[in-house]
Design a protein around this ligand. Structure first.
Ligand code: NCD
Length: 529
């Protein structure tokens, strides 16, 4: 029976389906039991036990818990563990990530644990690794585990957090009410919760952060899409006043290393809003428990050290769970465990590419003069792109017409203008006329659909419309030279110089998600010109 986990990468928490995560937790529960009872015979069954199995840690950002728990997990497995000295590696000589990792793959390493400032790096390495494995006839492609990428995600922390919450909930998945407190803007561990908490059937999340450190909108949107009930508070004080605090609080540290000077100047004031104070203690209900991915700041911890000896301390058990979870993750990826899995496998998050977004409409037998009478002389032969940005403001339509012309290089003679829609005169639309031009080829047509969804393309011959196409928003925008993700920390951003081709999947309406960093863009924001 094939093992669905063997060689799998984990770039975001959603790379493992709910069933796959539950399977991992079940195995982690068993392992924890055998560790507690020190049952050596049972523990053997979890080990990879192969000194040629190469696990490589590549930490370009600092780490204690994630790096060391993976190291301890690899030691449990008795595999070959290496760690790249990133401060002395050729990454600092401007070597691309693809070249660095291809080299390490060539030394027979199969699992890479990667922490970076660049967002979406593991997704890119996964793709690049597949091609490398094909070229070099490797038995299986290398797996990449995201150990935290910039402000994006931290899926293995999410796994251990979910496991810890379930353990606390006596393994019930029915309901969770949790407060996320602290730096929700930069904290990748809380971003992973936007999908991760779906492990519970009903989810209530209280977001407690001043607006400068608030959860980014795209994660709030994702939580809402996932059916979570969300409440927002700008400080612990206002949260306490609500009188309806959650039984679980998940604190994060203000990530000063990622903040700009403006916010840093105000760090004391912002900290005060997210540090738990002695006076709150008597107001929180009994049974409340606190978690934290750690580290805590030694001078200004959001969970002060006087709480260490109270029943609020859930973060030590949480941290210890990190090793157990990472042992199982490695067992699964190595394929020594998981062949008995029969649940639902991971499904794609993005829309299918096959969606029909270029539709040919029946042409009515009408003259161009009648239909396109506004403006200069109607054309006898050529191309008319109509209904561009229908319903938008005149300024927005003008700007977008200029963008379409630049991207598609529609520089020939002709004109473009704004007109009111015939069916809804209060709505404006843009039109481009290009006399003498023929029907655009399929690549250009796809580009036009991604630039002007909703438009119609009319091919005019002898003053008659002989072909009419309606273009809709495509399910994917990719493979064009003039598109880019707007996030400068994304691995596909041109400033990273990694030559990663930008790619976007449509979520809903005109919203697209970057394949790598998952930042949400409107279709207009994708175009760099
Ligand atoms: C977190 C991280 O690196 O994102 N730490 C961790 O992995 N345990 C949180 C943090 O650095 O504040």
């Amino acid at each position: 029976m094939s093992n669905p986990f063997r060689g799998r990468s984990l770039a975001v928490i959603d790379d493992f389906s709910l069933d796959e995560r539950l399977y991992l937790f079940e195995k982690a529960r068993e392992l924890k039991k055998h560790i507690t009872s020190n049952n050596k015979t049972e523990l053997e069954k979890f080990r990879i036990n192969d000194s040629d199995f190469g696990v490589y840690e590549v930490f370009i950002e600092d780490s204690t818990r994630t790096k060391e728990s993976f190291k301890n997990a690899a030691e449990f497995h008795r595999v070959k563990l290496s760690s790249l000295e990133t401060s002395h590696s050729s990454i600092n000589k401007n070597e691309s990530f693809a070249d660095t990792f291809n080299t390490l793959c060539g030394y027979d390493n199969l699992v890479f644990i990667v922490r970076s400032k660049q967002e979406g790096l593991c997704r890119w390495l996964e793709e690049n690794g597949k091609l490398y494995a094909q070229r070099n006839r490797m038995k299986q492609p290398p797996a990449f585990i995201n150990a935290g990428d910039g402000k994006h995600e931290h899926p293995t922390q999410e796994l251990l957090d979910e496991f810890t919450f379930l353990e606390r909930n006596n393994w019930s998945r029915e309901y969770i009410h949790i407060a996320l407190v602290g730096d929700l803007y930069h904290g990748r561990t809380v971003h992973s919760k936007a999908d991760g908490l779906s492990i519970f059937r009903s989810v209530k999340v209280d977001l407690v952060a001043p607006k400068e450190l608030a959860m980014p909108d795209n994660y709030i949107d994702r939580m809402r899409e996932n059916g979570f009930d969300i409440s927002l508070f700008d400080s612990i004080d206002s949260y306490m006043e609500s009188g309806k605090t959650a039984p679980m609080w998940y604190f994060t540290r203000p990530q000063l290393e990622r903040m700009g000077d403006d916010i840093l100047k105000r760090q004391d004031e912002l900290r005060r809003k997210i540090i738990f104070r002695q006076e709150f203690l008597e107001k929180i209900p009994e049974g409340t428990i606190f978690y934290h991915p750690l580290p805590r700041h030694k001078l200004y911890p959001t969970i002060p050290t006087f709480l260490d000896t109270t029943p609020l301390n859930g973060w030590e058990e949480q941290s210890a769970n990190g090793k157990v979870i990472r042992i199982i993750l490695l067992s699964l990826i190595a394929g020594i465990m998981g062949s008995g899995f029969s649940g639902e496998r991971r499904g794609g998050r993005a829309a299918g590419e096959s969606e029909n977004f270029i539709e040919e409409l029946p042409v009515k037998d009408y003259l161009v003069t009648k239909d396109y009478a506004e403006g200069v002389k109607p054309i006898s032969n050529g191309l008319v792109i109509d209904h561009i940005c229908r319903g938008e403001s005149e300024k927005d339509i003008r700007e977008h017409l200029a963008r379409i012309i630049r991207v598609l290089e529609l520089y020939g003679k002709g004109g473009e203008w704004i007109s009111s829609s015939r069916s809804q005169p209060e709505k404006m639309k843009g039109i481009i006329f290009r006399p003498g031009q023929t029907e655009p080829g399929s690549k250009k047509m796809k580009q036009l659909a991604a630039l002007a969804p909703g438009c119609t393309v009319n091919i005019v011959k002898d003053r008659k419309v002989v072909k009419k196409l309606k273009l809709r928003m495509p399910p994917k925008i990719y493979n064009f030279p003039n598109i880019s993700c707007r996030n400068p920390d994304c691995i596909s951003h041109t400033s990273q110089g990694e030559n990663v081709p930008a790619e976007f999947d449509r979520i809903t309406g005109d919203k697209f998600r970057c394949k790598y960093c998952e930042k949400t863009h409107t279709f207009k924001e994708i175009w760099i010109q």
